[in-house]
Design a protein around this ligand. Sequence first.
Ligand code: NAP
Length: 307
Amino acid sequence: MTLTEIIFILAGTCTVMLFGVKLICLVMVLAPKICYPLPESFMTSLGKWAVITGGSDGIGRAYAQELSKYGMNVVIISRNQEKLDRAARTIELATGVQVKVIAADFTKDNIYGHIMECIEGLDIGILVNNVGILPSQIPCRLLETADLEERMYDVINCNVKAMVKMCNIVLPGMKERGRGAVLNVSSGIAKIPCPLYTLYAASKVFVERFSQGLQAEYRSKGIIIQTVAPFGVSTSMTFHQKPDLVTFSAEDFVRSSLKYLRAGDQTYGSITHTILGWIMQAIPTWVLRSEAFQDNFEEYVKERIRR
Ligand SMILES: NC(=O)c1ccc[n+]([C@@H]2O[C@H](COP(=O)([O-])OP(=O)(O)OC[C@H]3O[C@@H](n4cnc5c(N)ncnc54)[C@H](OP(=O)(O)O)[C@@H]3O)[C@@H](O)[C@H]2O)c1
């Protein structure tokens, strides 16, 4: 056999193996109920309470609603007291569970003592680090961000620091009880170089790496730590874009993503977003980095928002 033949055979074998692995992954994503079965009592077996940051609206509120349907009491934390009370009333009326609300602004540093006091002694089974903000509603180059100096602290405090601080508050109890789950909401755009969302995407890369490391440290203590990385979800962050093939309603997304709770330390939370993630990662990075792509993408997003 010649060297060229050996190289071709090796390349062929690697390609077949790569596609084989992708196929197995796809089958597992397509059948979460079979591959990652969750008994009805699984959520409450982790603890009586779920704590959700940014829980009064969007994806966070959907997590609070969905987890309450499993019989968990919920604590929701965000800034606006009225919105919190409204969300709490809706959940209590629908499911009869207890709902605690905490008004706190995650862009600030001095909130964690109060949060700790409010949730002290609760048997917390699930922590959803959901709060996250964009530096600018319209994607733009970093230096074009309005009030950049202030916004960069806000984004880092909300998207990065809040997650680390909340883990520091909640994890010790989970470790002591030997059970619990921490869901850290990342973003599909953390998986690719993402100009025009540079600061936001970088903050979400932190979420991913932090979660992977933490899961390795605490898996043996009975704690699940997972990043959930959606692409499009119809919320105020995305101007309540109409749900379609790739954009989910917050409720549908959360219902789907919870099925992957036992699927490992990272999930896109749905079949559609998993496939979208694979497609995005297959795009050569020089395309994503090109000026032409950036200009067209900026125009496309502005046009969608305008519509
Ligand atoms: N929507 C998407 O397409 C999408 C895609 C990928 C990832 N994500 C991620 O998913 C998470 C949730 O996004 P979303 O679309 O549901 O956002 P959203 O609709 O804007 O909801 C944000 C929630 O966070 C609260 N919040 C905002 N700023 C806060 C602050 N400084 N301190 C405390 N609470 C604050 C809001 O309530 P108040 O305003 O009353 O404080 C609200 O309850 C974020 O981490 C986001 O990065 C979203």
